[in-house]
Design a protein around this ligand. Structure first.
Ligand SMILES: [Zn+2]
Length: 130
């Protein structure tokens, strides 16, 4: 798997680039299942014919957890809420930004925002209340 891992990382970086400029997309199979890059196979049905489709601008938080005592790597970002949001047919995991973690709730409408972790300096998916 080592050489395919590199390709997978590149695919996700490209996706972050696209999302940063408002061109986020997802991969849809013929059965309407959605997933995010890097994917070459539908997780739901195994289809390999995936098409890029524009991601809806808004999603809704399905579930979340608040981290008060993070691992050292995320020390500067604490406390923070990590959420899974339904965006169209895709479930996306990201960090909630622009709101006090106590204010995060299930069903909250959010917009995707690529943000930079204060600790690692790496880009991560963020959800900002819409
Ligand atoms: Zn499928």
């Amino acid at each position: 798997m080592s050489d395919t891992d590199d390709v997978a990382d590149a695919g996700f970086d490209e996706w972050l680039d696209a999302a940063e400029t408002g061109d986020a997309y997802y991969l849809e199979c013929a059965n309407g299942h959605g997933s995010l890059p890097p994917r070459r196979v539908c997780l739901d049905c195994g289809a390999t014919d995936l098409e890029e489709v524009g991601l809806p601008e808004r999603g809704e938080i399905e579930t979340f957890t608040i981290t008060h005592v993070p691992t050292p790597a995320f020390e500067e970002d604490a406390p923070y809420a990590t959420a899974i949001a339904n965006v169209g047919p895709v479930r996306i995991t990201g960090q909630v930004v622009g709101i006090d973690p106590e204010g995060v709730e299930t069903g909250l409408e959010v917009e995707l925002e690529i943000t930079v972790s204060e600790t690692t300096g790496e880009r991560v998916i963020g959800f900002r209340p819409a």
